[in-house]
Design a protein around this ligand. Structure first.
Ligand SMILES: [Zn+2]
Length: 98
C-alpha cells in the first residue's frame, strides 16, 4: 500500500487519505476473516468479502506492488507467494469440524 501510494499519490508522509481508508478497510476485513492464520491469498479465497469497488482498488494496488515487493521486501513477498501455494481452505468443511 505504501509503495503504491508513494508512487501514485506522492503524499507528504505515510498514506494519502483514500489509501489510508482502503488500508483500514482491508484490515477490518482481515479482523473478521473466518480463516485467520489459515487464510489463503485473497485472490484465491472462496469467500469474497470485499465489496466490488474496494476489491478493484486492492487489486490495482497488488498488481502494482507485487513485483516491487520482491525487491523491497523479499521476505514479506516470499511469505505471500507461499500463502498462494497452500491448499485453499473450504469454509463449510471447517464449520463442520469446529
Ligand atoms: Zn494514496
Amino acid at each position: 500500500m505504501h509503495l503504491f501510494c508513494h508512487d501514485h499519490h506522492a503524499p507528504v508522509e505515510g498514506l494519502c487519505r483514500p489509501c489510508d481508508e482502503l488500508l483500514g478497510y482491508a484490515l477490518r476485513r482481515l479482523d473478521i476473516c473466518p480463516f485467520q492464520e489459515e487464510k489463503p491469498a485473497c485472490n484465491r479465497c472462496e469467500v469474497h468479502c470485499y465489496s466490488a469497488k474496494q476489491r478493484e482498488r486492492v487489486k490495482a494496488v497488488m498488481r502494482y506492488a507485487g513485483p516491487r515487493m520482491l525487491l523491497r521486501h523479499p521476505l514479506l513477498a516470499l511469505r505471500h507467494l507461499l500463502d498462494k501455494r497452500r491448499p485453499i481452505p473450504k469454509l463449510i468443511a471447517r464449520a463442520k469440524r469446529g
